[in-house]
Design a protein around this ligand. Structure first.
Ligand code: GUN
Length: 282
């Protein structure tokens, strides 16, 4: 069975739009997301465009700042500092990856916890590890919603995550662990990877290699979530050999139309939560 992220996200988006109306009536302002993009990577430009469109769809304000590759790190940091001080800004997002040469962690460290709607900073990641989640990274959170959609009880399931990035693999593993799965993280240096993946009841793939997971690596009736977005010959394909793995999986997410729309709905959710929390603290 297919898990269409767009359909799973639709209910969340409706709820965010209606809560945004209530927020506006109460506080006479709209939740506001500021997005910073550096360089001209076409994939990043598309993601940012989709995020801004998502803001429009639910009634948020959005601010977008585009910098040329080569802009000094200090100029970007100064913008983040200004947005951090701005009372009307609820979320600050720096689209990743930054072009080569930028110190990503240093730049992100200037986003205050209360506006870190990506959930990437050390304290938000730390809270997740302590199973006291605050703002959780959007893509892994979206994957958890997709798993919830299947109705399958996660407790005790073997979950395998392929990929160990700070943005997806690591927080994904923590969320699955917090949901009582037995979690294995595989990555580019894992030996005999299929020994692990063949035991997976739940397989989340975020390694960034087109069609990396083939049918022989997958257990019968596994749930397979494909986080990959790769462009091959002008077409978007995931990290999973969809055509063949689909025959074996009980549930599988397509690319495009799977995890991508979930990520955006979770970003909007995190931004609304940040706006409400900031109003409550005033
Ligand atoms: N690049 C790929 N995914 C993401 C994401 O969720 N947030 C940001 N900021 N950059 C990304």
């Amino acid at each position: 069975m297919l898990i269409y992220g767009k359909e799973v996200a639709a209910k969340t988006l409706e709820k965010i739009a209606s809560d945004t109306n209530k927020f506006f009536e109460k506080y006479e302002r709209r939740p506001t997301l500021a997005v910073i993009i550096v360089g001209e990577d076409p994939a990043s430009q598309t993601y940012v465009k989709n995020k801004i469109n998502g803001c429009k769809q639910v009634g948020f304000n959005s601010l977008s700042y585009e910098y040329k590759d080569g802009t000094s790190e200090d100029e970007i940091v100064d913008k983040i500092k200004q947005l951090a001080e701005d009372k009307d800004v609820d979320g600050i997002l720096v689209q990743l990856p930054l072009p080569k040469g930028y110190n990503e962690q240093r730049i992100l460290s200037y986003i205050p916890d209360s506006k870190d709607v990506d959930g990437f900073n050390a304290s938000n990641i730390g809270c997740l590890c302590l199973n006291r989640p605050r703002t959780v990274s959007c893509t892994p959170l979206g994957v958890m919603h997709m798993l919830e959609f299947t109705g399958v009880d996660l407790t005790g399931k073997n979950a395998v995550v392929i990929g160990r990035s700070n943005t997806v693999g690591k927080p994904m593993a923590m969320l699955l662990l917090n949901a009582n799965c037995t979690v294995t993280v595989c990555h580019s240096k894992t030996q005999n990877m299929s020994d692990f993946t063949k035991r997976a009841d739940i397989l989340v793939v975020a390694i960034g290699k087109p069609k990396f997971v083939t049918a022989d690596m997958v257990k019968d009736s596994a749930i397979v979530i494909d986080v990959g977005i790769n462009r091959v010959d002008g077409k978007l394909v995931g990290d999973v050999d969809f055509e063949n793995v689909e025959k074996k999986a009980s549930y599988i997410s397509p690319v495009p139309g799977g995890v991508g729309p979930m990520t955006i709905s979770m970003l909007l959710y995190n931004t609304l939560m940040s706006a409400i929390a900031r109003e409550n603290e005033r």
